[in-house]
Every structure is written in C-alpha cells, then in structure tokens.
Design a protein around this ligand. Structure first.
Ligand code: GLY
Length: 453
C-alpha cells in the first residue's frame, strides 16, 4: 500500500497554522515503518523516527538491545531479502528504511519495489556507488567528478606493479563491501604489497577479488549527506568522522571511531562546491546510467588545495556520522524519508538543524578492527547521565538477566549535544568515563581538528 503522502506533508510542514492543526489532529495519517539494520546508525534513526507524530508502529530487523528498548525487533538479518519483504507485508509497512549497505547490495529496495512497498534506500544498481569502488572510479571519470588517480587491478601481480605509479602513503582498497575494513593506507611499499596479498588471499572474501590502488589525497576529510528521490536532491547535513583506530589518527582504518557536527571544515563555500562538483553530478550521472537514486548519498570527500575531491561514495548514512546528525536534526525525519521513497522531495522545505553541536565517541572492544573477543559485559548504562547525553547501541547483544554484552567491534556510541563543541565534547567524555567496560577502548581526541582551530 502506498502511504497517503499529501496528508503526511500537510501534517509535517512547520509554521503553517492550518497544517499545524492537522499535525495534532487525530485524523493525521500515521505510519507503520520497518527499519532494517542493527548498528548505532540504525539505533539513532530509530530514536529519531520514534519522535515523529506520523509514526504508528516501528519495527526493526534485526535491531539491537538499544533499539529493542524503544521499538519492536524481529530477528531477521539485513540481507534476508525475502523474509524482510514478508515482514513489511505482515506489518502493512507504509515505509521501509534501509540502514546498512549490505541490504542495498542484496537488492532489498528492488524487491520492495516489486512488491509495491515504499522504500528509503537505493536499488542495488544505484548502490554500486558504494558496493564497487572500481565502478565508482570509472563513474567519476565518465561523469567528470573530481577524485584521486587510480588503477583497477584483478590480480596481485598487476596491483603490485601498479604501485610504481604512486607515491607513499599508498592507498589499497578492496573493490567490494568490507565493513569499513577493506581500506589500507600503507606508509611504505612492503605494507602496501602485504595489503594486496591479504585482499587477493581472501581476507575480504569476494570483495577483495579486485583491488583499487589510489593516489593519497592531502587535505581535510569530511562527510556530507544528500537526499535524492530519483530526480530532486537536497543537502542533508555534514559532519567529520575519525577513521583511524587510535588517537592522533594513528593505527588501522576502522568504520569510524567518533564524529562531530557541525564540522568547521564545511564552510558555506565548500558545501556549495561539493553540491555542484559531486552531489548533483552524481545523482544526474547515476540516473543517466539507468539507475535513479532514491535515498541518502554519503559523500566522503577530501578538502584539498585544489578543491573538494571524492574519497568514496556510500549508499547510506554514515556510522557514526548519522548519530550526530540525528541529534542535531530539528525537523521531523519521517517526511524526508517518505519524500525520497515516493518522488516528492521537491515539496519539502530544507531541513532545520538545532543550533547546537553534537559529538559522538565510539567505544569498541580491544583489538578492533582486528580480531577481538566477543561477550564482555558492559555495565553502567542505567545511571542518570548528564543533560544532552544519548547512548546508542551498535554491536551489542542481551545476555542473561538483561546484561549487555559487547560484540567484537564497535559496541557503543556515546553521544552528547551542547551549546558549543566544547560543552558537547565534555558531556560525551563525561559519560564515557561512567561506562563500566574494562575490555572496551575509545579515542580520547574526537574533534581534535575543531579544537585546534
Ligand atoms: N563513518 C564512515 C562510514 O560510515 O563509512
């Protein structure tokens, strides 16, 4: 069933007296939403969706203990496409929201479209902007998007020979999805060669059967988000992530160890350049390629001396960038998700953001992103935290008697808002100190670039 979009719009447009009445009326249409995923990003999306006056019922699959505290959860993996479509039908979902890239790659949006169910999240074909780094590099070349130099290699010998065309540090990337672990920034030739052997040796499974060697970009990294409904696009916030595992941007690349928003790197001028050089051409290009984009595009970019250049596209919200965006988003999220799913984004006003800063500190199990043990107990989550503190669950599970157990990766996202960056950061680290988890670690310098300005 397609949700009655016009009524939902009316219910949500702010500052319009007759529409505000509709918003509070019992006649307002209300929606059943299925949210797919189980990470901190999805907990943050669930937290924000729960605040919508448009919501009737929120079901998450598979969810996590944090999501289970605020919504129904069903034990269906994000890649179990047929079961997710069945669940959407069972709950009469008016909208399905896809969180993780694995569900995009598995073709969940395509299957939902075939079943006439509205979906926020791109088709597998449009999602190749994330699921194949080689596709994205050639896409950028065909559609003239600025990015780094590169070579695509299908065997280890070719990849090692390609290193001769680059300077250290070498950037070695597995072509496919590798949960944030498929990128190695190698300081020297030997490390780059070892990364190539790892990829072709099967460390990332099929995702490493092809490798992209890239030019290292100098500059400051940033994450910008844009919505698209297949035709119309709209910027939807920006943040800065910390990809390396350890303080001082040392150690291996991770899925992200912390984020903050707004990030000072995003001057109005940079945002405008990114919109015109990367966002609009990307949506236009993927439509021209026959795969119009519906959902959120995450543009990971480097602000270089020569302007913004694409580092990577992702076909989803960033994790943990989404967590700080949801904390700062003042507008109701649901109408934007629905607008993308139903081709009505042109009817939406620009989103409103709170005049506050938000900081997220990721806590992960010692050893991440390498081998780390699972099942350590996380305590201290039930106490009253400071004003502005919100803790999102990522890789956790519920043990006996409701204890919270950590997985082998990122487990908690300790977030806070504040009147300024310093206050948000102080509150977030204050809360981190109260979490009782000896087996966990975190970076102590989230937002160092903002502090050093
Ligand atoms: N934080 C980076 C990512 O979500 O890929």
């Amino acid at each position: 069933m397609v949700f009655p979009v016009r009524e939902a719009w009316s219910a949500c447009h702010p500052n319009t007296p007759h529409l505000d009445r509709a918003r509070h009326s019992r006649e307002s249409p209300r929606m059943n939403i299925l949210l797919v995923g189980s990470g901190g990003r999805e907990h943050a999306l669930a937290w924000k969706i729960k605040q919508s006056p448009l919501l009737r019922r929120l079901v998450c699959a598979p969810g996590n203990p944090g999501m289970a505290a605020i919504a129904e959860v069903r034990d269906i993996k994000a890649t179990e496409v047929a079961r997710l479509v069945e669940l959407a039908q069972e709950i009469a979902a008016d909208l399905v929201v896809i969180g993780p890239e694995v569900a995009v790659e598995a073709g969940l949006a395509d299957a939902l479209e075939a079943a006439s169910i509205s979906c926020f999240g791109p088709s597998a074909a449009a999602g190749r902007l994330e699921s194949s780094k080689a596709f994205t590099k050639t896409f950028c070349e065909r559609h003239h998007l600025p990015t780094s130099g590169y070579r695509i290699c299908d065997d280890a010998a070719t990849a090692k020979a390609a290193l001769a065309h680059f300077h250290p540090p070498y950037v070695v990337k597995a072509d496919g999805l590798a949960a944030g672990k498929g990128v190695v920034i190698a300081p020297d030739l030997a490390t780059a060669q070892a990364a190539i052997d790892d990829a072709f040796g099967g460390t990332f499974g099929a995702a490493g059967a092809r490798v992209v060697i890239e030019e290292f970009l100098e500059g400051e990294i940033g994450s910008l988000f844009a919505l698209c409904d297949g035709k119309t696009s709209m910027l939807f916030g920006w943040a800065q992530d910390h990809k390396r595992a350890f303080d001082g941007d040392e150690g291996p690349n991770t899925g992200g160890m912390g984020a903050y928003s707004p990030a000072p790197v995003f001057t109005l001028d940079l945002v405008d350049q990114v919109d015109h050089l990367l966002v609009r051409p990307a949506f236009k290009g993927i439509e021209a390629d026959g795969a119009p984009y519906r959902g959120v595009l995450f543009v990971e970019l480097m602000a270089t001396r020569h302007g913004p250049k694409l580092v990577e596209f992702n076909a989803r919200f960033g994790d943990p960038e989404c967590q700080v965006l949801m904390l700062r988003l003042e507008s109701d999220l649901v109408p934007y998700l629905l607008a993308c799913a139903t081709g009505r984004l042109h009817e939406m006003p620009k989103p409103k953001w709170r005049d506050e800063d938000a900081v997220c500190v990721v806590m992960a199990t010692e050893g991440y992103p390498g081998a780390a043990k699972t099942g350590s107990t996380i305590g201290g989550l039930d106490q009253p935290f400071d004003e502005g503190v919100v803790i999102f669950h990522a890789g956790t599970s519920a043990g006996p008697d409701g204890v919270i157990l950590a997985g082998s990766g990122r487990a908690l996202n300790v977030c806070a808002t504040g009147r300024d960056f310093a206050e948000a950061r102080e509150r977030a680290y204050g809360a981190v100190a109260l979490v009782d988890w000896p087996e966990g670690f975190h970076r102590t310098d989230i937002g160092w670039r903002a502090l050093s300005r």
